[in-house]
Design a protein around this ligand. Structure first.
Ligand SMILES: Nc1nc2c(ncn2[C@@H]2O[C@H](COP(=O)(O)OP(=O)(O)OP(=O)(O)O)[C@@H](O)[C@H]2O)c(=O)[nH]1
Length: 449
């Protein structure tokens, strides 16, 4: 038997029941010590409050979607965890409902430092039997990938659909993935012994489905190298598809495409860090540091570079230079072309229409008013709201209120008491056409005066 640490990946569209399953696994008597990694789509971590067992170690990854920039974060967290490997027997990784599990699975095969220590035990996909059809009909790529890569598929929320509907859903999903084990469940009550120790993700099948499975994807689309004498330079950019673009400079010994490719592996972990925001006319001082170029409010932006000696400088940018009309100019305003460049495989795209709004407000809500507003908001916007969740306080109630919504279904329960803590309300909304200013304004009006 291998002595690698088994990792189970929980995936499934927003609100399908991943945290419910995680809680079941953590609360069951199985004697296993489990480390949990959470990746959330919203900026503020709510899931940590929804996971019940505080004895487990919970690592959160909130910076983005696990399938792109966060791959570096995942590698870092797994490496950190490995240093404490005497404290746990296995890892469960809950991905955001928006993630394609392919690149997550890939991490366990392509990154040598990870594949030495960990093995992917299996991918478990939770399916919200009531709502998935709409997402399959939209052909949401992430949902397709979640079903296609799964080793186990749990058709959850059996209580909300008829037996007949459940059967036809199962048939439909079996057409997409015949190898997975299927379970029909309510509150994710599938047999845990059949979910853990599956004994290995099926790499061969993944390769058959996606021949490029082992080709790494990167959080940058372009890398280029210039050979520059000492002097002053500026990167000039125009507006493009993103008002905030990740950008990194690196030193390189040779000016070939091969060295761009080699560097890519070492700098991509850096790309997963938050990065320092820099604006028009600021100087990029540090090498091997992720900057976030601020590209809004003007027509043209300059980012300065000063070199004291001749340098081969490599640049990695989140988007291609064409998208931002990016140029590198010297102090005589002469445009310099790179000696070598490479366009990276950043093929997967997100459904940009889906965004998240995270709100933090201190104080307590008026119970009646917040209740009425949440119901009204869901009535009006339910079709566009894939997910809402939050933890908040209401006047005259000593316990936290933990609420959850999936499309038009809304539920709430009591959480831990606030004690001496001042209540901070944290709420996340995920969906289409969300107006952050309006939501914030409305929630402020619900505070108890
Ligand atoms: N009726 C019903 N509700 C369920 C079932 N399973 C989970 N839920 C509820 O559905 C909501 C979402 O469940 P979660 O376990 O938080 O879903 P999730 O996949 O972790 O959600 P995200 O992390 O936001 O993507 C919660 O309110 C659950 O209580 C079920 O079988 N039936």
């Amino acid at each position: 038997m291998s002595n690698k640490i088994p990792v189970t990946v929980l995936t499934g569209f927003l609100g399908s029941g991943k945290t419910t399953l995680l809680n079941r696994i953590l609360s069951e008597e199985h004697g296993l010590r489990i480390a949990v990694i959470e990746n959330e789509f919203g900026e503020i971590g709510i899931d940590q409050d929804l996971v019940i067992n505080a004895n487990e170690e919970i690592f959160e990854m909130n910076n983005g979607c696990i399938c792109c920039t966060v791959r570096g974060d995942l590698i870092r967290i797994l490496a950190e965890l490995a240093e404490r490997k005497d404290k746990f027997d296995r890892v469960i990784l809950e991905t955001t409902g928006m993630a394609d599990p392919g690149p997550v699975a890939q991490t366990f095969f392509v990154d040598p430092s990870i594949s030495e220590l960990y093995e992917l035990d299996g991918i478990i996909t939770l399916v919200d039997a009531k709502h998935i059809s709409a997402h399959l009909d939209d052909s949401t790529d992430e949902v397709m990938a979640q079903v296609a890569f799964a080793d186990r598929i749990i058709l959850n929320k059996a209580d909300l659909v008829s037996k007949q509907d459940m059967l036809s859903l199962k048939k439909r999903l079996q057409d997409m993935n015949q190898m997975a084990g299927f379970y029909s469940a309510t509150m994710a009550d599938a047999p845990i012994s059949e979910l853990l120790d599956i004994g290995g993700f099926n790499l061969q099948r993944a390769m058959e489905m996606k021949p490029s499975f082992l080709e790494p994807e990167y959080p940058f689309e372009w890398g280029g190298i210039w050979q520059l004498p000492a002097g002053q330079y500026r990167f000039q950019l125009a507006n493009g598809p993103d008002p905030d673009m990740a950008f990194l400079l690196s030193d390189v010994s040779q000016n070939t495409v091969a060295s761009v490719l080699e560097l890519a592996e070492s700098v991509f972990v850096e790309f997963s860090k938050e990065g320092e925001a820099v604006s028009h006319q600021q100087t990029l001082v540090d090498i091997e540091k992720c900057y976030r170029l601020q590209l809004k409010g003007r027509n043209q932006y300059d980012f300065l570079l000063e070199l004291t000696e001749t340098t081969h400088i490599a640049v990695f940018s989140q988007h291609t230079p064409e998208e931002f009309e990016m140029l590198l100019l010297n102090q005589d305003d002469k445009v310099l072309t790179p000696i070598a460049e490479h366009f990276f495989n950043a093929e997967h795209e997100h459904n940009d229409a889906v965004t998240s709004v995270s709100i933090e407000l201190s104080g307590r809500f008026d119970g009646d008013i917040i209740n009425a507003w949440l119901s009204m908001f869901l009535q009006e916007k339910g079709a566009d709201i894939y997910r809402m969740k939050g933890v908040f306080g209401i006047q005259d109630e000593e316990h936290r209120i933990v609420y959850q919504g999936v499309h038009m279904l809304l539920g709430a329960q009591f959480g831990e008491p606030w004690g001496d803590e001042i209540a901070t309300n944290r709420m996340v909304f995920i969906g289409k056409n969300l107006d952050e200013d309006y939501i914030r304004f409305a929630l402020e009006k619900c505070l108890y005066k």
